[in-house]
Write a protein that binds this ligand. Structure first.
Ligand SMILES: CC(=O)c1sc(CCOP(=O)(O)OP(=O)(O)O)c(C)[n+]1Cc1cnc(C)nc1N
Ligand SMILES: [Mg+2]
Length: 614
């Protein structure tokens, strides 16, 4: 096994090309083996094995900085930078992260999970290098999907102006999670065709030269003129960035050769590398969307597994039906069609569906534009990614109180993707915005009721729901809901637990049949149901949320009680003021003390002793 000989990137320098090719195969097998066990970003990582080996062969990490945008495609990088013995713990609790992470290895230049940050990071590193008189390379690997992000395009603009020496590798596999979108993506496709044209030209030249040198000269001049025209069209030239490519991203020898040359160049260079997402694993090549991030699978007989009916699917089914009832409804996703449950909607309502690419800021402000023109836009967006559109939510939507609905998926801790993906700040960052209303349904039926009503109440409405399965409900059901009201699910004589969404289930389990403990579905966070809160203030209150404790639902309850001059005993349960690592969701909830056991303990501390098992 060649991988056995590789304990760091320096060990790649002594390998022959044959050994490197063998190593690529071994790495692919290891990525498939571990991802089959743990789940993970399989297709993205399989697509860049040769590229990563070539980079670590040519550059000297960690002295040279190699940055991976999103960092989900870096499994081969982890395997050759001293983590092969821990690779089997990938994305497991206490194991290595599924993304690059500075605290995990000196070879991980940036901590990532959100897209489009690598170029600005690389620019900063190049600036620092030159200011400090250091001499090392800065290389950023960015996917065609991540390049649709505004941060990346803005960074290119600055990189081209400052002309710092750095290498940008565009990993173009024509895929984001779904098919990639955008004008640049179309342009890259053409460039790839040109690659084919170049190959055909080479063949043509040889034949032409032999037939008639005069004719060959004429054709050559015409081609030069066309090339000039094409280059002027090449946006990277407009950005002041040297463009090289497209080249075959699986030709290990060719990649090493070209990287050796490019590393000597001054100024910024972009190498356009064409790869196949899922390379080397038939099912992943054939369906890079499903195999972008599969749960565990049988590597010998890989089959798609259904993860059950999710909140995302419940949302997708609801909006697909709603669009038949509401002609002004329009749904936008920032590159998360599958993740947000919108495949069916995109098929049934293509004229009222938009995937803007990985740019949540554009998603929200496009929705504002739609709302200004009388449409009823819904932005389907993960809690963690909505962080990218905070100013847009304020500046472009809330100030004019525009009717934009935010369907916030993955609200709460999300598990194996870890701190860059936990959706645990949205209540805090939304509830302080005037005009915003915030709700959290307890089940799929309440989700339907809230979505329908949200389109009527006007103004910005955020409806948050977790990464979890939910009981499917019949199509066509649109129950009414008393907007802004809470729902008592269980009466109590001493204390009431105020919970919503996922934590409601925990609260009901903790309360059991204890007559002292009541449970409230506090499904509206803003506005709070102050009338019910006043009534309940005669009891002890325990709030519980799958969100940061600071600034969350519990904070809102305390502020409201204070404003109403009420002083009941209140305990707030929420996530601690630190980043929760990756791990199974139940374990993270247990760590945070918001699970049934944590709630029971809090009740005991409030004087509600456990009912001894009879
Ligand atoms: C992991 C994750 O959350 C990924 S990976 C990915 C596609 C990236 O496409 P790219 O072409 O850059 O890479 P490829 O997979 O190699 O084709 C998206 C949209 N996401 C979700 C996402 C959404 N929005 C933001 C700001 N960051 C992320 N990471
Ligand atoms: Mg891609």
């Amino acid at each position: 096994m060649v991988l056995e000989k590789v304990n760091g990137p320096e060990d790649l320098k002594n390998l022959s090309l044959e050994e490197l090719l063998l190593l690529a195969e071994e790495i692919r097998s290891e990525i498939i083996r571990v991802t089959a066990q743990n789940g993970g970003h399989l297709a993205s990582s399989l697509g860049v094995v040769e590229l990563i080996l070539a980079l670590h062969r040519v550059f000297q990490s960690p002295k040279d900085k190699i940055l991976f945008d999103v960092g989900h495609q870096a499994y081969a990088h982890k395997l050759v930078t001293g983590r092969k013995d821990r690779f089997h713990t990938l994305r497991q609790e206490g194991g290595i992260s599924g993304f690059t992470k500075v605290s995990e290895s000196p070879h991980d230049a940036i901590t990532v999970g959100h897209a489009s940050t690598s170029l600005a990071n690389a620019l900063g590193m190049a600036l620092a290098r030159d200011l400090r008189g250091e001499d090392h390379h800065v290389v950023a690997v960015i996917g065609d999907g991540a390049l649709t992000g505004g941060m990346a395009l803005a960074a290119l603009n600055k990189i081209g102006e400052l002309q710092k020496r750095m290498l940008i590798i565009l990993n173009d596999n024509e895929m984001s999670i779904s098919e990639n979108v955008g004008a640049l993506n179309k342009y890259f496709k053409e460039l790839q065709i040109r690659k084919w044209v170049q190959d055909a030209e080479k063949l043509g030249r040889n034949i032409l030269e032999r037939i008639s040198p005069q004719l060959f000269g004429l054709v050559d001049r015409a081609k030069e003129a066309a090339k000039l025209l094409l280059h002027q069209e090449n946006p990277f030239y407009a950005w002041g960035i040297r463009y090289v490519g497209p080249v075959d991203g699986h030709d290990l020898k060719g990649l090493i050769h070209i990287l050796e040359h490019l590393k000597e160049l001054e100024g910024p260079t972009l190498l356009h590398v064409v790869t196949k997402k899922g390379k080397g694993y038939k099912v992943a090549e054939a369906d890079p969307i499903y195999w972008h991030g599969p749960p565990g699978f049988n590597p010998e007989k890989p089959e798609k597994v259904s993860k059950g009916y999710s909140w995302s699917q419940a949302f997708g089914d609801a909006v697909t039906e709603l669009a038949h009832l509401e002609p002004k409804l329009f749904v936008i996703t920032p590159a998360m069609r599958e993740g947000s449950g919108l495949v069916r909607y995109s098929i049934e309502h293509p004229e009222r569906y938009l995937d803007v690419g990985i740019c949540e800021d554009v998603a929200v402000t496009t929705a504002a534009g739609l709302a200004l023109k009388g449409m009823k836009p819904i932005v389907a967006i993960y809690s963690t990614f909505l962080q990218r559109a905070y100013d847009q939510a304020i500046h472009d939507v809330a100030i004019e109180n525009l009717p934009v609905v935010f369907a916030i998926d993955r609200a709460g801790v999300v598990g194996a993707d870890g701190p860059t993906h936990h959706g645990v700040f949205d209540i805090a960052y939304l509830r302080t915005i005037p005009n915003f209303q915030i709700a959290a349904p307890k089940d799929a039926l309440e989700l339907r009721a809230m979505l329908k009503k949200a389109l009527e109440v006007g103004g910005p409405v955020a409806i948050r729901y977790p990464r979890d399965n939910v009981e499917r409900v019949e199509e066509g059901l649109w129950p009414e809901i008393a907007w802004g009201t809470w729902e008592v699910l269980k009466e109590g004589t001493e204390v009431y637990i105020l919970a919503f969404g996922k934590t409601l289930r925990y609260a009901l389990e903790a309360a059991g049949d204890d007559p002292r403990v009541g449970v409230v579905n506090a499904r509206f966070l803003k506005p709070l149901d102050r009338e019910m809160l006043r009534k309940l203030s005669h009891y002890k209150l325990l709030t519980v949320e799958d969100h940061q404790k600071m600034g969350g639902f519990g904070s809102a309850v305390l502020e409201a009680l204070n404003e109403m001059g009420l002083r009941p005993e209140v305990r707030v349960l929420g996530l601690p003021d630190r980043f929760l690592e990756h791990g199974p969701i139940p374990s993270l909830h247990r760590q945070a003390g918001i699970d049934p056991e944590g709630i029971r303990k809090a009740l005991e501390e409030m004087g509600v002793e456990r009912v001894r098992e009879r």
